[in-house]
Design a protein. Structure first.
Length: 150
């Protein structure tokens, strides 16, 4: 018999959840169902994992879905912001979570586009500690577009 040895990698580490109060404990325990526009939503699903390349209009916004987590494969991929904005415009009122490679400088944009919170890997959180995120938590006060509109 052989014994396998497992080592933790950065990919096995727990993610960090961020909201306007800073780094917070994740209080959402429901498993996420993968969303595929061609296959629809798994029966009974109440939480969806949405890839960044999905068309926002294919995501259900009915009351059965209480959480939608949108993937950000890189900080240069802004499609998740569009998905969040479109979901909110279509009437989605549940929790919206940005998931993946979102940087602190993008936090205000995430909140303005409709996200309630951001989930990042712990290695990113180590490079961008809580104080960097809290510096952007006053996203409503520093709205560039609102200042332009006067």
């Amino acid at each position: 018999a052989t014994t396998e040895i497992y080592t933790l990698s950065l990919h096995d580490a727990l993610p960090i959840l961020i909201n306007d109060q800073g780094f917070v404990a994740d209080d959402f325990a429901t498993p996420y169902a993968p969303f595929d526009a061609a296959e629809g939503v798994e029966a009974g699903a109440t939480a969806l994992d949405v890839p960044s390349d999905v068309q926002p209009e294919t995501i259900p916004v009915d009351g059965a879905i209480s959480m939608i987590r949108v993937a950000f494969p890189s900080s240069a991929d802004g499609r998740g912001f569009t998905i969040a904005r479109q979901l909110r415009l279509r009437g989605y009122t549940g929790r919206l979570r940005a998931h993946g490679h979102v940087i602190a400088d993008q936090y205000a944009m995430a909140r303005r586009s409709g996200f309630d919170e951001v989930e990042i890997p712990d290695d990113l959180a180590a490079r961008q500690p809580q104080d960097q995120w809290l510096a952007r938590a006053n996203w409503q006060e520093h709205n560039y577009q609102a200042r332009l509109r006067g």
